[in-house]
Design a protein around this ligand. Structure first.
Ligand code: FMN
Length: 198
């Protein structure tokens, strides 16, 4: 059984991001995966790292400890978030800071070597945005750098896929339906690729 962690970082349950998360979860389940959802706002996750977690591998609360255990057990990670200031929302940055910590998902060796500790073999990032992709690329593609090279690069996940849906504002129902279908297709392919050793 393929184990997925689905991270959702959006305060509005009526957002398109939440529709993407629901579609993704349904498609993954239909493809035979088990899904553990980290709905950061609904779960009341506190993104502020407490002093007791700085430089340690302990977790200050049960929710964060559960998140970390599920991330470490996952075969793949799916993250759904809006593009905010060409970055992740603060709640999600806190999830990265507190859950994907040094000593938990990666180790630093001598000479700048990084050892990824994640068992997950693949990741899928689904973004909602309003600006065209070229604007983001013109700024150095900060989200691609963050997810592909920094976060999953450090964790040792080499297969990183990303879909970006824009412009969400003023999008038609038909456009949204097509995006939801694209997201379903992406997660179905992910689960299938994992099952077949891809
Ligand atoms: C605080 C904030 C910052 C935002 N920054 C960006 C941005 O940098 N680039 C962009 O394309 N859209 C930006 N947006 C627009 C959101 O990405 C957009 O509203 C959202 O993706 C729409 O999808 P949703 O229904 O899932 O919220 C921003 C929105 C907010 C609230």
């Amino acid at each position: 059984m393929t184990r997925l962690v689905l991270v959702v970082a959006h305060p509005d349950a009526g957002s398109f991001g939440h529709a993407l998360a629901a579609a993704t979860e349904a498609a993954a389940t239909a493809a035979g995966a088990t899904v553990r959802r980290h709905d950061l706002y609904a779960d009341g996750f506190d993104p502020r790292m407490p002093a007791s977690e700085v430089g340690t591998t302990t977790f200050a609360d049960a929710l964060t400890a559960r998140y970390a255990a599920e991330v470490l057990a996952a075969d793949a990670l799916v993250v759904v978030h809006p593009v905010w200031f060409f970055q992740v929302p603060a709640a999600l940055k806190g999830w990265v800071d507190r859950v994907l910590r040094e000593g938990v998902v990666y180790r630093l060796g001598g000479g700048g070597a990084v050892e990824g500790l994640l068992a997950a073999r693949a990741a899928l990032v689904l973004n909602t945005a309003n600006s065209p992709l070229e604007v983001e690329e013109g700024l150095g593609d900060p989200l691609d750098v963050f997810w592909r090279r920094v976060v999953f690069g450090y964790g040792g996940v080499r297969d990183v896929r990303r879909l970006r849906f824009a412009k969400v504002a003023d999008s038609t129902p038909a456009a949204r339906a097509a995006w939801l279908e694209e997201a379903r297709g992406a997660v179905t392919a992910l689960v299938s690729d994992l099952r077949h050793g891809g």
